[in-house]
Design a protein around this ligand. Structure first.
Ligand code: OXD
Length: 306
C-alpha cells in the first residue's frame, strides 16, 4: 500500500520529508512517477490533473494539501463513495488571522496613505483613524478565529454564513440577510469556501449594497470575485480599496489591470500556506483511520462543498 502525492507545479519534497519523518515505513509515490498505481490507497493532492484519480483502483481516500477542496471537487470523475478530507491546522488558522488583522489594521490606521505621504514628504495629521466594523463572510475554522481575535482587539465584528447557527457568540447573518449584514460593516473579509453558491458572489450588485467606501479583503478564492466589477466599484466609490491574496488566474498575468491599481494591495496567495510539518500528522492519522474504517479527521461534505 502506498500514499500518492500529486501536486503538479508544487514542490513535493517538504511533504515527503515531513511524512517520512513521522512514518519512515510508509511507501510514498510521487506523480508523475507512479509506478504501482494499484498500491495507492491514499492520494494527497493539490490541483491534480482531472481524471487521474481513476488510475488508482484501490484508492480509499483523497486528502487536500490545504484548507480548500474546490480544486478536488472540480473533478467530476471522483467516485461518490470516495471520502475527501482537508487540512485544518492551528498554524494555518493563525497565519490567516494574522493576515486579515494586518489588512484590517492597514485600513483602520491607513498605512498605505502614510506611505504615500512619506514619499511626497507630506505631514498630514488629519483623520488619523477610520472607524472600522468588520464583516466576515464564512465562519468556519478560519472565519471564526478571525472574528474572535478581532473582537478581542476591540473591533465590532459580524459574521455571515450559508447555514443557520444557534448560539453563535457574534452577531450572525445568513445569506438571505446579506443586505442587513452589509449595512453593519465597512470592512468585508471573504473567507467563504468556493462552491457554485459562492462563485462570483463579490460582484457589482454586491458592491452596490455595501456602505460607501467599504474595504474588501479577499483571502478565499479568486473566483469569488468578479475582477472587473471590483475596478468598477472602486471607480464608482462603492469601495475605497481592497487587499487581495487570490485571483482568478494565478500567477496573475502581467497584463492584469490590478498590478497598476494603487487602491488594491496585492499579495501572491501567501496569506496562509500549509506547513507540511504541521499538517503531516493528520495526513498519517487519516491514512490509519481509513484503513481501520474509523471516522476521519476533517471530512468534507461534498454536497456543501467544504
Ligand atoms: C488552501 C490554500 O486552501 O492555500 O489551503 O488556498
Amino acid at each position: 500500500m502506498s500514499l500518492a502525492i500529486i501536486c503538479p507545479g508544487k514542490d513535493p519534497q517538504p511533504w515527503i520529508q515531513a511524512i517520512s519523518k513521522l512514518d519512515p515505513e510508509l511507501n510514498i509515490q510521487v506523480y508523475p512517477s507512479i509506478e504501482r498505481p494499484e498500491d495507492v490507497e491514499v492520494a494527497l493532492v493539490w490541483q491534480h490533473p482531472e481524471g487521474i484519480l481513476s488510475d488508482f483502483p484501490n484508492l480509499k481516500l483523497v486528502s487536500s494539501m490545504g484548507a480548500g477542496v474546490d480544486h478536488i471537487l472540480r473533478d467530476s470523475g471522483i467516485p461518490e463513495h470516495l471520502p475527501i478530507v482537508r487540512i485544518v491546522d492551528e498554524k494555518l488558522t493563525w497565519s490567516m488571522t494574522n493576515y486579515v488583522v494586518m489588512g484590517v489594521l492597514n485600513f483602520h490606521r491607513q498605512i498605505t496613505r502614510y506611505q504615500a505621504d512619506q514619499k511626497r514628504k507630506v505631514w498630514d495629521m488629519s483623520n488619523p483613524e477610520i472607524e472600522v466594523k468588520v464583516g466576515v463572510m464564512g465562519v468556519g475554522a478560519l472565519g471564526y478565529d478571525v472574528l474572535e481575535k478581532l473582537d478581542f482587539m476591540g473591533f465590532p465584528v459580524f459574521g455571515l454564513g450559508f447555514s443557520e447557527k444557534k448560539d453563535f457568540p457574534f452577531p450572525y447573518y445568513t445569506k438571505d440577510q446579506m443586505e442587513l449584514f452589509l449595512d453593519q460593516v465597512n470592512v468585508i473579509v471573504c473567507l467563504l469556501p468556493l462552491t457554485p453558491d459562492t462563485e462570483d458572489i463579490l460582484d457589482l450588485e454586491f458592491f452596490k449594497k455595501c456602505k460607501k467606501g467599504t474595504y474588501l479583503i479577499n483571502v478565499a478564492r479568486g473566483k469569488h470575485l468578479v475582477e472587473e466589477d471590483l475596478l468598477e466599484a472602486l471607480n464608482r466609490g462603492y469601495l475605497s480599496g481592497a487587499m487581495l491574496d487570490v485571483y482568478r488566474t494565478e500567477p496573475l498575468p502581467e497584463s492584469h489591470p490590478f498590478w497598476n491599481e494603487e487602491r488594491i494591495t496585492m499579495t501572491p496567495h501567501i496569506a496562509s500556506v500549509t506547513n507540511p510539518s504541521a499538517a503531516a500528522p493528520q495526513v498519517i492519522e487519516n491514512f490509519k483511520l481509513i484503513k481501520s474504517n474509523s471516522p476521519l479527521k476533517n471530512p468534507v461534505n461534498r454536497i456543501k462543498g467544504y
